[in-house]
Design a protein around this ligand. Structure first.
Ligand SMILES: Nc1ncnc2c1ncn2[C@@H]1O[C@H](COP(=O)(O)OP(=O)(O)OP(=O)(O)O)[C@@H](O)[C@H]1O
Length: 264
């Protein structure tokens, strides 16, 4: 068996101090192997995004460890972490955040590509190939972010993440801002890319349908704690924890019990 791609060891994140502090992540442990899709579900405020941000090194854990590709990375300086920025990339709910509204999407992807240390020569061909990878006409690259649809912009943000040739994508509510009809297309695209690019995903979603369609493993998070974790079929088909049962029943009844927060 190959070494795990990602490991979390007893991660804790506390925001603030004293009586008013919030423990957003409360002792999370897991090991993720290549090719897996780990779905993380839980109500709004359960700590899913905070966990994703710790993995991406966008926020530091209060305690605990993150191991990427066999190396401990949570204590590294930004400079020392730079090579790992290629390994782990993110796709967020609002694709607009990945693009400068004044630039063509080509320029935003190109800048990102250069930031990742890729040479300028060949960048244009690479970026057009990336557009095709996400099943878009490269002509769209010359538009501003406001001149493409939400679904197209999410595809472009996936292309931007792929520009780094990552091994792992943290997908934080990647379909939640999209129309229902577009969601299925993005799910199909992400599944196809996982196979084509041998990717591994951490998938944060409040949408049980998306989790059902994609996850190979599911973790259920409540108040910062993983109350249940296991193979997707088992957790979704025969949940053991009462909270998981409650979430699944709410999803079956069409209730949006775990709607994600917006605008943070
Ligand atoms: N920067 C911050 N400062 C203080 N508290 C925060 C901060 N970010 C998140 N929190 C708090 O930490 C807890 C977990 O939030 P988090 O956004 O990780 O949950 P979530 O499960 O992703 O929620 P949602 O689905 O609504 O995005 C919440 O109580 C939230 O209010």
């Amino acid at each position: 068996m190959t070494a795990p791609l990602l490991q979390a060891r007893h991660l804790v994140k506390r925001y603030g101090r004293g009586a008013r502090s919030v423990v957003a992540v409360d002792g999370v442990d897991f090991t993720l192997h290549r090719g897996e899709i780990l779905g993380i579900v839980g109500e709004s405020g359960s700590g899913k995004s905070t966990l994703g941000r710790i993995l991406l090194k966008l926020t530091a854990p209060t305690s605990g460890e993150v191991w990427l590709d066999g190396s401990r990375v949570d204590r590294l300086s930004e400079r020392a972490f730079r090579p790992y920025r290629r390994t782990i990339q993110a796709v967020f709910q609002q694709p607009q955040a990945a693009f400068d509204p004044r630039w063509t999407v080509r320029r935003s992807i190109e800048e990102f590509h250069l930031l990742r240390g890729e040479p300028r020569s060949g960048a244009a061909a690479t970026i057009e190939a990336l557009a095709r990878e996400v099943r878009l006409d490269p002509a769209l690259l010359d538009r501003l972010p406001g001149q493409v649809s939400g679904g197209q912009l999410q595809r472009l943000s996936i292309a931007r993440a792929l520009a780094a040739r990552p091994a792992l994508l943290v997908l934080d509510e990647p379909t939640s801002a999209l129309d229902v009809s577009i969601r299925a297309q993005i799910v199909r695209l992400l599944l196809a890319l996982r196979d084509e690019e041998r990717l591994t995903y951490v998938l944060i979603s409040h949408d049980m349908e998306v989790i059902r369609a994609m996850a190979t493993r599911v973790a259920v998070m409540r108040h910062g704690v993983w109350v249940e974790e296991g193979p997707a079929e088992r957790v979704l088909g025969a949940p053991a924890h009462p909270y998981t049962k409650k979430l699944l029943a709410a999803a079956d009844a069409g209730m949006d019990l775990i709607r994600p927060g917006r605008g943070r």
